[in-house]
Ligand binder design. Structure first.
Ligand code: PAF
Length: 275
């Protein structure tokens, strides 16, 4: 695997690489990222990954400083997964001067759910992803469904800006007990890790209920929020939404997704399930 720390080097390698599939990450890779790399390989001659912890998408009181940076271990995993190129710039390469131009996602999609609890988050995500896509110029880019709203915002950015890249979604990878894999899981104590599965269990219960014909979404959401709160979580939201645009369900045949975010101790976890 070739590691590129400059834009020039990345671009030169990309030009020689044929059809490319790109998986942007913030590092601290786990089996979910590796599944995306393998999926990427089925779309292209070469897989390009990036690792960049993007300051723009973290709020002032969020975990930018303590976000786990594990480049050596990440490189070993990427090599083993057959990734051809890694773009691993530092901040001076990505943001040599203050980033004054931003992508402002549609507020209807970026200010609800995650956006309501993480002001400016999707603006930071969309801005860095546009920049990464401009640098790497892949044919295909892959994003995990674990960050469902991020996937929707990025799909819409690519479509509205007519970017010449296909967006492909990867399924969420889960631990044996059902906890969605996330780099932030490593913040959990042993006791919190054992409790953490409750979030996916709550979402599963809602999915089963909706599939069985219960459309009292408010009641289902409230019951899950209160179960989490009873077990010392601080839930931000549990919400049944349309897959299409994450708005409230309107028609009986809308394809739905249930999304949740909650803090356990000092760790904020998110998850979702398509219904
Ligand atoms: O999903 C992530 O890891 C990040 O939000 C992304 C897409 C790499 C942008 O920094």
């Amino acid at each position: 695997m070739q590691i590129h720390t400059t834009i020039d080097s990345m671009r030169r390698a990309r030009q020689a690489a044929g059809r490319c599939a790109f998986v942007p990450t913030m590092g601290n890779l786990h089996a979910g990222h590796i599944a995306l790399m393998r999926q990427a390989a089925s779309h292209a001659d070469a897989v390009i990954a990036s690792i960049f912890v993007n300051r723009l998408q973290f709020g002032p009181s969020e975990d930018f400083d303590k976000y786990p940076r594990t480049l050596q271990a990440d490189c070993e995993m990427l090599e083993a997964a057959g990734v051809a190129h890694l773009f691993a710039p530092d901040e001076a390469v990505m943001y040599p001067s203050r980033q004054n131009y931003h992508v402002e996602p549609d507020p209807a999609q970026a200010t609800a759910l995650e956006g309501a609890h993480r002001a400016g988050h999707f603006r930071g995500v969309a801005t860095v992803v546009l920049k990464l896509l401009n640098i790497v110029q892949p044919d295909v880019a892959l994003f995990g469904k674990k960050d469902y709203q991020q996937l929707m915002v990025l799909r819409n950015m690519v479509s509205q800006m007519a970017l010449p890249v296909d967006i492909v979604a990867g399924e969420t990878v889960r631990a044996e007990d059902g906890l969605a894999l996330s780099s932030r899981n490593r913040y959990l104590s042993d006791a919190e890790r054992a409790e953490a599965v409750r979030l996916s269990r709550c979402l599963n219960r809602i999915r089963d209920a909706v599939r069985a014909g219960n459309h009292d979404f408010d009641a289902l959401e409230r019951a899950a929020m209160s179960e989490l709160a009873t077990h010392d979580w601080h839930p931000d939201y549990i919400a049944v939404r349309r897959q299409l645009d994450l708005q409230a369900p309107a028609a009986p045949d809308d394809a739905l997704v249930v999304l949740g975010a909650a803090r356990l101790g000092s760790t904020r976890l998110i998850d979702n399930l398509e219904i």
